[in-house]
Ligand binder design. Structure first.
Ligand code: NAD
Ligand code: DAU
Length: 352
């Protein structure tokens, strides 16, 4: 049985990856290693937690001794590495936490993988899941390709860029077999409500202000999370060693247009008067170093591996809103406790 470690599998994207691998590959033993930070939630995996090919391990990727022992014990042939601090706003208030988890944590995993196989690389693969934010900001035109120069602007994107460099350095220096993907903004079920779409869904449900940063004319390229998990599966199995693939939705939206679309969908679903949720829009102070525009050219993964998004944005957003409306207890659980403290610190002085 092939032994595959997924890191960060209790988080948003990781939980969709774990579910897909557990269901699609009954002959793999899938280990989900997660520290269960504020963003990790085992409720995301309730439906598969009893599967015979699934094991959860609670642990921190920055704990080198623990990670070395884990790799020695289970001899992971594949690693799909998603564990990270992932929220740009948190990286602005606590940059060192991002350096620790995203850079040091990635290095500790690379080192443990290298040491556990000592050059016997046949059939082994380290998959590093990264972001389009490493490329910095686009102007009004152009797209990020796999050869766009790195130019990160936030502590989050700088830490992810650094981790990407270490993955490639381990490939060059030690021959460690890897693949790397840089993906655009994901959305969908289980998205933690500190990020734009789930935060605004939660606030609309609760008649709370919708804090749009700056003038709202920032652009992101949105991809349904299940399509990202499909792409990760494809690249893990069919991607060429030491290659990078960009993943995106071919789906650019200015924040303010997206928010208005979301408001319209929610008014209908909540049986509220058309236009009522839009009245919650509140322009607030901009994010420092806010990147103007991200947009991915996903031609390479499309042409070489045959991947493309399976749903339109309208379908994905509709399904996402339905998921949140049908899973209010999930929202209530993740928005209690430390979430409230974060929210008050991040927004309340501006919204009151
Ligand atoms: P998330 O914040 O929802 O989940 C991160 C998970 O990692 C959580 O379960 C958390 O408990 C775990 N974790 C954090 N620190 C850890 C540590 N020290 N040890 C072990 N586990 C730890 O993040 P996400 O949005 O699911 O993103 C997953 C990955 O995908 C990240 O590497 C992120 O950079 C990348 N990515 C995210 C997006 C996006 O739009 N969300 C887009 C492109 C790439
Ligand atoms: O591009 C991929 C990246 O997408 C991932 O690597 C990150 O992990 C993920 O968090 C996401 O980063 P963004 O900063 O683009 O996502 P966020 O949802 O935080 O913000 C999306 C846009 O909405 C951005 O322009 C900032 C804006 N925004 C966000 C929040 C939380 C607001 O206007 N108001 C808000 O309250």
């Amino acid at each position: 049985m092939k032994s595959v470690l997924v890191t960060g599998g209790a988080g948003f994207i990781g939980s969709h990856v774990v579910r897909r691998f557990v269901k699609e590959y009954p002959d793999y033993q899938i280990f989900n290693l997660d520290a269960l930070t504020y963003a990790g939630n085992l409720e995301n995996l309730r439906d598969i937690e009893g599967a015979p090919n699934y094991t959860f391990v609670k642990g921190d990727i920055t704990d080198a001794i623990f990670i070395d022992e884990l790799f020695t014990k289970y001899r992971f042939e594949g690693v799909v590495h998603l564990a990270a601090e992932s929220h740009v706003d948190r990286s602005i208030t606590d940059p060192l936490a991002f350096a620790k988890t995203n850079i040091l944590g990635t290095m500790i995993l690379l080192n443990a993988f290298k040491n556990s196989w000592e050059g016997n690389w046949e059939g082994k693969r380290f998959y590093h899941v990264s972001t389009d934010e490493v490329y910095g900001s686009l102007g009004e035109d152009g797209l990020f390709t796999e050869t766009t120069a790195y130019d990160p602007n936030s502590p989050y994107s700088a830490s992810k860029a650094s981790s990407d460099h270490f993955v490639r350095a381990y490939g060059e220096t030690y021959g460690l077999p890897y693949v790397l993907t840089n993906c655009s903004n994901n959305y969908g079920p289980n998205h933690f409500p500190e990020k734009l779409i789930p935060l605004f869904i939660n606030n609309i449900i609760n008649h709370k202000p919708l804090p749009v940063y700056g003038d709202g004319n920032y652009t992101r390229d949105w991809l349904y999370v299940i399509d990202h998990a499909r792409a990760i599966d494809l690249v893990f199995h069919n991607g060429v060693n030491a290659e990078t693939y960009n993943i995106g939705g071919f789906n650019e939206w200015k924040n303010i247009d997206l928010v208005k679309l979301l408001c319209a969908i929610m008014d209908k679903k909540l049986d509220r008067e058309a236009g009522s949720s839009e009245q919650l829009i509140t322009y607030v102070k901009d994010r420092p170093g806010h990147d103007l525009r991200y947009a991915i050219d996903a031609t390479k993964i499309n042409k070489e591996l045959g991947w493309e998004p399976s749903v339109t944005f309208e379908e994905g957003l509709d399904a996402t809103v339905d998921w949140f409306l049908n899973n209010k207890s999930w929202l209530e659980h993740v928005t209690s406790g430390s979430y409230r403290e974060y929210y008050d610190k991040q927004y309340n002085s501006e919204l009151e």
